[in-house]
Ligand binder design. Structure first.
Ligand code: CA
Ligand code: CA
Ligand code: CA
Ligand code: CA
Length: 274
């Protein structure tokens, strides 16, 4: 007996398989669209968060640094107290709105220090200005010849301001961050590739410079996203002052670097010590 299966109103196995294949191809496509949307949403949220974090911190730092050394009475008691930890003073009006020209033991000293990945500002009390700061870099320009101009070095016949750091922690500037004298401070200035730009890279200053001659400050803040973003890649080498940060070591995290330069006019009156 011959069994004949006929399915006039249903589907053949082949039709079902074709339909399934189409559906699965379509679903994979949908999933990909969905996951890339999720990723870009995640990425956007992270970017916004980093931007807000950096903007606020940099705004405060710049505003406050402009005040470094401020003293209406020119008592010369207010200055950059220390490069590391980074601390400075300025005169703050008392209850009656008067600037007394005296350095009060409480409330007229300001420090910005990276504690882990928290940028902490300390005045009377300490508070975290920004989170997820991967690196804070500072470099300093000075006026050693006291002509009212920031001191420079020569790049192809043009003067460039010397951005210097203190590499050995003795509170005197000893190194021009532009190791290869091309006018740009970047990862190429870490000539031995050890992750830090210092005297081993070859551009030590002829004379070390005391803190008192600093007239301008450059700030780098490098922030990182709180959480990783799937499939995100950042292979940049970031610079934050003398530090070189290789983002590829923390791939899938988003980085953002913000820099600013502050001319500290209130430091001009600080006495010449050396
Ligand atoms: Ca005071
Ligand atoms: Ca000068
Ligand atoms: Ca350079
Ligand atoms: Ca180096």
């Amino acid at each position: 007996m011959k069994y004949k299966f006929q399915n006039k109103c249903g589907f053949t196995l082949m039709e079902i398989m074709v339909a399934l294949a189409i559906v699965s191809v379509f679903s994979i496509g949908l999933y990909k669209v969905y996951s890339s949307m999720t990723m870009s949403n995640q990425a956007q949220t992270q970017v916004l968060e980093i931007q807000q974090n950096l903007r606020g911190a940099m705004f405060l730092l710049k505003k406050e640094l402009r005040m470094a050394g401020y003293d209406q009475s020119r008592s010369r008691r207010f200055t950059l107290v220390s490069l590391s930890p980074f601390e400075f003073t300025y005169d703050v009006p008392d209850n009656t709105g008067e600037f007394d020209g005296k350095l009060d033991p409480i409330g007229e000293s300001f420090s910005y220090v990276l504690n882990g990945t928290d940028l902490v500002r300390t005045n009377v009390t300490a508070f975290t200005v920004a989170n997820n700061i991967q690196a804070m870099g500072l470099a300093f320009a000075f006026d050693r010849d006291n002509d009212g101009q920031l001191d420079t070095y020569d790049v192809g016949g043009n003067p460039f301001v010397i951005w210097a750091v203190d590499t050995d922690g003795d509170e005197r500037l000893d190194y021009n961050l532009d190791s290869n004298a091309d006018g740009v401070i970047n990862a190429a200035d870490d000539t031995d590739g050890n992750g830090v730009i210092n005297t081993a890279d070859g551009a030590a200053l002829g004379n070390t410079i005391p803190r008192d001659l600093i007239r301008s400050i450059r700030i780098w803040l490098l922030a990182r996203s709180t959480i990783s973003v799937n499939n995100y890649e950042d292979n940049n080498m970031y610079i934050a002052g003398s530090q070189v940060v290789d983002a590829s070591l923390n791939n899938e995290f988003m980085y953002q670097l913000r820099t600013a330069t502050v001319r500290c006019y209130n430091l001009d009156d600080v006495p010449f010590i050396n």
